[in-house]
Write a protein that binds this ligand. Structure first.
Ligand code: GLU
Length: 460
């Protein structure tokens, strides 16, 4: 598939009319991976960044910057550009003139009623075009229906098909890898390439990305731009890994790839024809995989940014072992992405604040009576008081929970675990869901644990 000159050139041609969405990014990623793979095999590869800003009203410089920042954050590089089509009008005018001179285009009707400008129409040879797509095989389309299509609204105002073709020729693009929605553009573009006397590049049209309802992925499915994904707290490495698998696989079930591994493995032959279903759950699980691999220091630095104020303050006043338990055990066990941290703070860690309200009705386990529960709590208090404060508070989570558990386990087993451990956990947290009672007791410390148990007892 590589061209004889042993050189490949691909392009990233977003229209800066909005933030890059997941489909644009996947397309750019596949271009990048294709070029990098070729480079690894000893082929010279260029990746050309080109902003297709011919739609003057909708194109904005700020979107260009967002696009560049996005690629940068994801580690997708390019070798040339960024170019802007708005700065290349002369090249397009020359191409239009050449087509007119060669009798392959002509000035048509007025572009607007009150304007002297005339549209430029391409003289369609009305023939069948066949091209080989690296993903879909041979595709034949009869171009007759397109008629003499418009390639510019005036000499100074060239339209998409013309600018793309002229740029692709001028930039020596060898491979056009783009979304399936552009398949219908290809025959018109091939007609123009032929008319301009250039050779046809290799096309590869990537399958559509769809949501769980099988419709094209869009806003209503959830986050779709990198900025939205970033805000919810996904890691760039996870996004890259997940996007690479949207329409590509090595032909096995392998789930995890670093960028480097993708560069080694990626080929267009393994791009799928069928639509790729985007699953936020799957992205979550991939993200969790990468999150668990972060070095402790990096994890800590990041997770702090997402803690609620309350938990932040709590962590500032507590000792290292407790802090470690909260950040590395409780929170880490319960999140897939940074955006989940706040929820854990507000639910499974809500009991850290002193003001947890106990619902008297919920203290006793199932059918247990308040009387019996009161007795169990009282016995728990007596047992727990036997643990020396330093064996509870000046040790690691593992040691403390071991001691606390051992101290009350026999009693809990004799009476029934639910009867004893539920009231303990509920009295300490006021939440129906929380970490186990031993961990909670360790975090709260001896005094606070006993105080909360006393309070529960007094309510019964
Ligand atoms: N600017 C076009 C787009 O953003 C890309 C056109 C192409 O890949 O040929 O959809």
């Amino acid at each position: 598939m590589q061209n004889p000159n042993n050189k490949v050139a691909v392009r990233y041609p977003p229209s800066p009319t909005g933030n890059l969405h997941i489909g644009n990014i996947r397309t750019i990623l596949f271009n990048y991976l294709f070029a990098k793979h070729a480079e690894r095999l000893g082929t010279e590869a260029s990746m050309i960044m080109r902003f297709e800003d011919t739609d003057k009203e909708r194109s904005k410089a700020e979107y260009e910057q967002v696009a560049l920042d996005t690629l940068d954050a994801l580690g997708i590089t390019f070798t040339d550009g960024p170019y802007r089509q708005s700065g290349r009008t002369n090249i397009y005018i020359q191409a239009i003139q050449k087509l007119i001179e060669n009798n392959m285009a002509y000035e048509g009707e007025k572009s607007k009623d009150n304007s002297e400008d005339r549209v430029i129409r391409f003289k369609n040879p009305n023939k069948k075009i066949t091209f080989t797509d690296a993903v879909r095989g041979n595709i034949t389309i009869d171009t007759t229906d397109f008629g003499d299509f418009i390639i510019a609204r005036s000499f100074n105002n060239p339209l998409y098909h013309l600018t793309v073709v002229v740029d692709d020729i001028d930039m020596g693009i060898t491979h056009i890898i783009r979304g399936e929605d552009h398949i219908t553009s290809t025959p018109r573009q091939i007609l123009l390439i032929e008319a301009l006397g250039s050779s046809i590049p290799q096309y590869a049209h990537l399958p559509l990305i769809i949501g769980s309802d099988k419709k094209k992925l869009g806003k209503r499915h959830g986050a779709v731009t990198y900025q939205e994904f970033e805000k919810v707290g996904y890691l760039p490495s996870a996004i890259i890994n997940y996007l690479a698998l949207l329409g590509w696989s090595e032909g096995n079930d392998r789930e995890f790839y670093s960028m480097e591994e993708l560069e080694k493995a990626f080929t267009l032959e393994n791009v799928s024809k069928s639509p790729a279903m985007f699953s936020y759950e799957k992205l979550d699980s991939v993200n969790r995989h990468y999150l668990l691999q972060l070095p402790d220091t990096v994890y800590e630095q990041e997770v702090q940014k997402y803690l609620t104020k309350q938990i932040q303050i709590y962590l500032d006043t507590t000792n290292k072992a407790v802090r470690h338990t909260i950040l590395h055990t409780i929170i880490k066990d319960r999140i897939s992405k940074w955006g989940d941290v706040q929820n854990v703070c507000n639910t499974e860690l809500s009991w850290l604040k002193n003001t947890n309200q106990l619902n008297k009705e919920k203290i006793a386990w199932k059918e247990s009576s308040n009387e019996a529960t009161k007795k169990h709590i009282n016995n728990l208090i007596t047992l727990l008081k036997t643990i020396p404060k330093n064996k509870w508070e000046q040790v690691t989570n593992r040691e403390a929970t071991f001691t606390i558990k051992n101290t009350i386990w026999e009693y809990a087993e004799t009476i029934g675990r639910g009867e004893v451990l539920w009231p303990m956990r509920y009295s300490l947290t006021g939440e129906e869901r929380s970490p186990d009672p031993f961990t909670v007791a360790f975090i709260l410390g001896k005094e606070e644990t006993i105080a909360r148990l006393e309070l529960a007892k007094s309510l019964l």
